[in-house]
Ligand binder design. Structure first.
Ligand SMILES: [Zn+2]
Length: 298
């Protein structure tokens, strides 16, 4: 069926950054200093991490085939080379619709910054975004696909607006200071920058203590992310009343970007995390319908 009859916007052009950009910070888990240099890349490169600190500078394409399961964060692996905690960088690139970019890094773990996607969005926006002479590939969701179980799930549904619409339902129970929050957004670079990118990583005090007991996260404090006790965030203030659900949408944007193409559909998640989000991307990728890079004529 023709895209226009479905009420869809035509496919857009691919985009990259206009100039290189750099960000430095500390990895949350490892506590190690890391530097990331974003470099413009030709059409159809996709997002590729380059381990500049390893012999031969191995390349790791940011696609779901290279995803390796690790708790609470997203890791990519290609041969001996790995990069981890990539989700907020991936969200920044996808949120700004930057499709082709090389990320030269000198450590496996990406910088945690303030726990949000905003520092990445700011350096990428300052570098500028340019259109390229090729169409962006996209996959249109034509039937509902669901992964997960009753306690947590995510599904992709057809969406007649021709856009990517995301909905997240967070549920920590009424006894928790995080509680229940839900939000639905229609994704655009401007909306992502203002409404989603500033929202930060959050966890319960008990979870933070368990991580520190393992010897991880030694340099992270309550100022570097949101740590909730029974009254609310400890030693910190919320940027939005519903900052937690906004952050879950940031994670979702970063995880769905591992599809390596635009996804047109409505994505609804209930208590899902990185693992389920990636499972949905894998399921979508396994569907036999080809992705589109040309708007077909009637
Ligand atoms: Zn996150």
């Amino acid at each position: 069926m023709d895209d226009w009859r479905l009420g869809m916007q035509p496919t857009r052009n691919q985009r990259t950054i206009a100039a290189p950009a750099t960000i430095q910070g500390v990895g949350y888990w490892s506590g190690r200093d890391v530097r990331v240099e974003f470099r413009p890349a030709p059409t159809d490169t996709g997002i590729v991490f380059v381990r500049a600190d390893m012999k031969g500078c191995p390349r790791i394409p940011a696609t779901v085939e290279h995803r390796f399961e690790t708790p609470r964060r997203t890791t990519l692996r290609c041969g001996e080379a790995a990069v981890e905690m990539i989700e907020h960088i991936m969200a920044a690139l996808a949120g700004l619709q930057i499709d082709n970019c090389e990320l030269w890094v000198n450590e496996p773990e990406m910088p945690g910054c303030d726990g949000s996607s905003l520092p990445f969005v700011q350096v990428l926006s300052a570098a500028g975004v340019v259109e390229q002479a090729a169409l962006r590939r996209r996959k249109v969701i034509r039937r509902t696909i669901r992964v997960g179980d009753e306690s947590s799930w995510i599904e992709a549904r057809p969406c007649c607006s021709g856009k990517m619409v995301l909905r997240y339902e967070l549920d920590y129970g009424s006894g928790s200071s995080i509680g229940r929050q839900s939000l639905e957004v229609s994704l655009s670079p401007r909306h992502f920058h203002i409404n989603l990118a500033p929202s930060r990583t959050f966890m319960l005090q008990s979870e933070a203590e368990a991580i520190k007991a393992l010897g991880l996260g030694q340099r992270a404090t309550c100022k570097d992310l949101l740590i909730f006790d029974s009254r609310g965030p400890i030693d910190n203030e919320l940027r939005f009343p519903d900052e937690c659900v906004r952050h879950k949408l940031v994670d979702m944007v970063g995880d769905l970007a591992l599809a390596g193409c635009d996804l047109v559909g409505r994505f609804v998640a209930y208590r899902s995390g990185h693992r389920l989000n990636a499972e949905l991307v894998r399921t979508i990728a396994a569907q036999d319908e080809p992705s589109e890079n040309i708007r077909r004529c009637a």
